[in-house]
Design a binder for this molecule. Structure first.
Ligand code: ADP
Length: 284
């Protein structure tokens, strides 16, 4: 009898291990044959085909950047991923569930931090908690911890106008992370910052990603930023956006800014550059 129970126990544990392994291996994001058409804005205007037949997966904890020519459909794709925009055809699944509208397990950072100027830094970070109708009291400690992590502890009670652009974007990052989402999507979050602050923010983001292991989708115009940060870089074609190519970035981690001078980094850079710009030029 004892032996039988022990063998059932072992079988159960073996099955759990297999399931755990499989769950880890499942993609967090599944984009399937997605198409997006914007209807025309006027009666005689034309509809705009922004995205055509896009399919890709993103695994748990992956850092994936999306690059492509300006106006190709990057933000459209990101807004559909976040449930802020409907797909016209195809399907996007996040954690196995079809995206049909905004959902909670996601943090979003846009190019402009859009902080509320009448709320303190800490209260800006806590804003999603109020929107999600969760207990503010439970999250104050986390807000403080995040602000400490991005070096803004001393500014927690200040108002946004005393902060530089980089500091404001750090607050926006803390706000996106306050409810501990497993997925973070970022739409050119550092585009408005000067080069040095941008590098600093890149390193800050990598530190955060390493410590918290979020799945990150990052849109950028900067090829070197995409290479420096990512496990994979998805290159979109000009509009309508299709997937032109996907590069796996085989550089060691932790990444450092001086990796930009490595031959392998330069190779990735010229290959991605070629995919984006040579193709564009051949279309002229
Ligand atoms: P990107 O982020 O790559 O610069 P977008 O996703 O913002 O590109 O836009 C892709 C295309 O869709 C562009 O041609 C843009 O003009 C068009 N577009 C974006 N938003 C709308 C909208 N709300 N209505 C109509 N067309 C739009």
């Amino acid at each position: 009898m004892k032996i039988q129970i022990r063998s059932i126990n072992l079988t159960y544990r073996y099955l759990c291990c297999c399931m755990a392994f499989k769950l880890e291996d499942l993609p967090v994001i599944e984009v399937r044959q997605v198409r997006k058409v914007y209807p025309s804005r006027s009666r005689h205007g034309q509809s705009i085909l922004a995205i055509e037949n896009i399919t890709f997966d993103v695994m748990k904890g992956e850092f994936v950047s999306i690059v492509g020519p300006s106006g190709c459909g990057k933000s459209t794709l990101l807004r559909m991923l976040a449930g802020l925009l409907e797909v016209t055809e195809g399907e996007i699944r996040v954690n196995g569930k079809s995206v049909c509208g905004p959902y909670g397990d996601i943090g979003i950072v846009f190019q402009t931090p859009t902080l509320l100027k009448w709320r303190s830094v800490k209260d800006n970070v806590l804003l999603p908690i109020e929107v999600l109708r969760r207990s503010r009291h439970e999250f104050v400690g986390r807000a403080e911890e995040l602000l400490r992590m991005v070096g803004l502890w001393d500014f927690r009670n200040e108002y946004p106008f005393v902060l530089s652009g980089g500091m404001q974007q750090r607050v926006a990052l803390c706000r996106a992370l306050i409810h501990d989402p497993s997925l973070l999507v970022m739409d050119e979050p550092f585009a408005a910052l000067d080069a040095l602050t941008r590098e600093e923010m890149n390193m800050e983001l990598l530190k955060l990603w390493t410590e918290r292991r979020k799945t990150i989708i990052f849109i950028t115009h900067s090829i070197s930023e995409a290479i420096l940060l990512s496990d994979r870089v998805i290159v979109l074609s000009s509009r309508p956006a299709t997937i032109d190519s996907i590069f796996s970035i085989d550089l060691p981690r932790p990444r450092t800014t001086d990796m930009q001078y490595l031959d392998s980094f330069q190779n990735y850079s010229s290959m991605i550059h070629e995919r984006i710009y040579l193709k564009q030029r051949s279309n002229i």
